[in-house]
Ligand binder design. Structure first.
Ligand code: NAP
Length: 396
């Protein structure tokens, strides 16, 4: 592939993002990029792409020597991994948006890239249109980065924003609203239980600090237990509840979480509304910087895919520079954090707080705000209890 020749793309998937990419490429002729073939599953669906481009046989793309780049935009993580690995093995560059596949199979994907020498880019997998991975790779390729705190899931941010509105009808109504507007899937489990955030947090940890984790190592909890009572307590503390992905250095160790958080209203992250995403990067001398943008949707996500395709034309690849450092931080959740736990009095008694700042027992609800070792919180029975709401309390 030369810089002047047209780039030939084999596209897998023609759903929200695949179709978005097709539309975006029609409007960017200067990129000299042509979709040569589109592989989909359902033979009977109406498509806006010409029938001559469609195939139902993945080999027609993977075995075609004239296809330079495979863009994988399907919703099946196992099939996506097969497609990406076969593409790289056969000397094609690959682009993906599949955070679940990337986070769960990162060690294999690193090995494949190193063995084949082929680039694999996935900017769209984390915060859609926000250019976070390449920023971490290129701008923050030194040891000055201290933490990344981010709102990476638009569905939960939409629900949490609705719960903070004066006319809220509670979690169920907010979720139904998100589903009506197409922000939440009919099965929203991956979003509302924090799994999607944990996948993206895993990808951020790899590029920000060179640490390769299994997504199960992220301390994760979702927002399904939240009630208007929790929102009213946050409001009294002049905070907004956000589902925050946090990857933070503490000396040589790293904490990695995807948890609801009482976020002080003075912080920029607290003001990120509805389905928007945001990433706050804190480094030694630049202090905090904030990137805000659309984390999902056909056009915004396709724009990140397009940027990866353009980067491949310029022979760009991730170098995973932080993984080459002689000393890398190790994940250690022995740090103390401030946490809000709303539960019955019996459950609250079992939570192993180190110290208690607020102990409130009332008719409408009981909660404790206290200091606790993150590992102890993660292991205590309240953490697994679906009726209990837990949020980190940020001090700024
Ligand atoms: N939607 C977003 O805003 C967004 C944002 C960031 C990242 N992503 C990621 O982008 C990817 C695509 O998401 P999406 O929302 O566009 O999904 P989608 O609307 O559900 O579309 C999925 C597409 O994949 C095709 N497909 C599924 N399995 C296939 C297989 N084995 N071989 C060939 N085609 C197959 C489907 O074919 P049929 O049309 O024949 O059913 C469909 O066209 C996912 O990994 C998602 O996590 C999405």
């Amino acid at each position: 592939m030369t810089h002047t020749a047209s780039l030939r793309i084999g596209l897998f998937g023609f759903g929200t993002v695949g179709q978005g990419l097709y539309d975006v490429l029609q409007r960017t002729p200067l990129l000299r990029t042509e979709i040569a073939r589109i592989c989909v599953r359902d033979r009977f669906k109406q498509r806006s792409a010409p029938a001559r481009l469609l195939t139902f046989d993945r080999d027609e793309i993977l075995d075609d020597p004239d296809i330079d780049v495979v863009v994988e935009l399907i919703d099946d993580p196992d099939a996506a991994f097969d497609i990406v690995s076969r593409a790289l093995e056969s000397g094609k560059a690959a682009v993906s948006a599949n955070k679940r596949m990337i986070a769960s199979r990162l060690p294999e994907l690193l090995e494949l890239q190193s063995r084949t020498g082929m680039p694999f880019l996935y900017e769209a997998s984390t915060c859609g249109s926000i250019p976070i991975i390449r920023n971490l790779e290129e701008y923050y390729d030194n040891d000055l980065l201290r933490s990344v705190r981010a709102i990476v899931n638009g569905t939960t941010n939409y629900i949490l924003t609705a719960l903070h509105s004066p006319h809220t009808g509670g979690y169920g109504e907010a979720l139904a609203g998100a589903q009506r507007l197409g922000f939440a899937e009919s099965d929203p489990t991956l979003d509302v239980e924090g799994y999607d955030a944990a996948f993206k947090t895993t990808i951020i940890a790899a590029h920000a600090f060179g640490v390769v984790l299994n997504p199960s190592q992220v301390v994760r909890r979702g927002i399904t237990a939240i009630t208007p009572y929790d929102v009213s307590v946050a409001r009294q503390l002049t905070c907004s509840i956000k589902l925050l992905s946090t990857v933070q250095l503490h000396g040589d160790s790293l904490s990695v979480m995807a948890l609801p958080a009482f976020t002080p209203n003075g912080l920029h992250l607290a003001s990120i509304q509805n389905e928007m995403n945001a990433v706050q990067l804190t480094a030694a001398f630049s202090d905090a910087q904030l990137l805000v943008g659309k984390g999902a949707g056909g056009g915004p996500t396709a724009s990140a895919v397009l940027s990866d395709i353009a980067a491949i034309r310029h022979t760009y690849r991730y170098e995973y520079k932080k993984m080459q450092q002689p000393v890398r931080p190790t994940v250690d959740h022995g740090i103390e954090v401030s946490v809000y736990v709303r539960a019955s009095a019996a459950i609250l008694r079992e939570v192993p707080f180190r110290s208690i700042e607020v102990d409130h027992r009332g008719i409408t609800g009981s909660y404790v705000i206290g200091r606790i070792v993150l590992d102890d919180l993660h292991r205590c029975s309240a953490f697994l209890d679906p009726s209990v709401f837990i949020a980190i309390v940020h001090d700024g």
